[in-house]
Design a protein around this ligand. Sequence first.
Ligand code: GLP
Length: 246
Amino acid sequence: MKIIRTKDYQEMSCKAAGIIAAQVLLKPASVLGLATGSSPIGLYEQLVKWYQNGDIDFGECTTFNLDEYRGLPADHDQSYHYFMHKHFFDHVNIPQERIHLPDGTQQDADRECARYDAAIQAAGGIDLQLLGMGLNGHIGFNEPAGHFYKGTHCINLTQSTIEANKRFFASADDVPRQAYTMGVQNIMMARRIVVVVSGENKADTVREAFFGPITPHVPASILQLHPDAFVVADEAALSKCGRLLK
Ligand code: GLP
């Protein structure tokens, strides 16, 4: 795992966007695993700028998002479909039919999860997976648990995640209680992983996840075992790592 330390959120976004751009330039038909949350917004902005300047072309890319709230339709303004279109898809040239997210409106969870796993496999697996990290160390919506979930699954969100995400909804009561998310195996099978983390409120979790024991109670800790993972984090997020950083 390579840790890239940046001054602030903006530099984090630029460095992480650079790794994604390099992936697409070297392999135009890349399969990109994408993430939502506030952490990747800046890097999507950077990628959009490079696209608008003609420096990068997403025309051959395929994308798979990590997760989606269960119960929210694509046009709900807090759905991850909506987020991705607003921040990225509506501004670049990824063909619509090659954009994939779990369908939050599907009631049959087993069927929806199996469909999503099969689609990832049919695309040849993920070349580069982008990740943020939740306050409790979750990746996608793989919440702390007694074991790692393998494939795409339906999860009950923890109270901590509902609290953290309520800022986007009218109230905590409006936050969906369940989500569809890729599993840890889907994520770890990606050929390259880029994690973006910013802010002092994540500093304890960063230390635990990337320098502590590997445990499903801190799902991001599994990333320590990935052979080609980058953590792009700002000084504030790394502020509790001290001498652990060389
Ligand atoms: C949500 C998403 C995660 C994301 C996390 C952190 O729960 N499902 O994929 O990493 O939020 O969000 P933020 O970047 O806003 O801290």
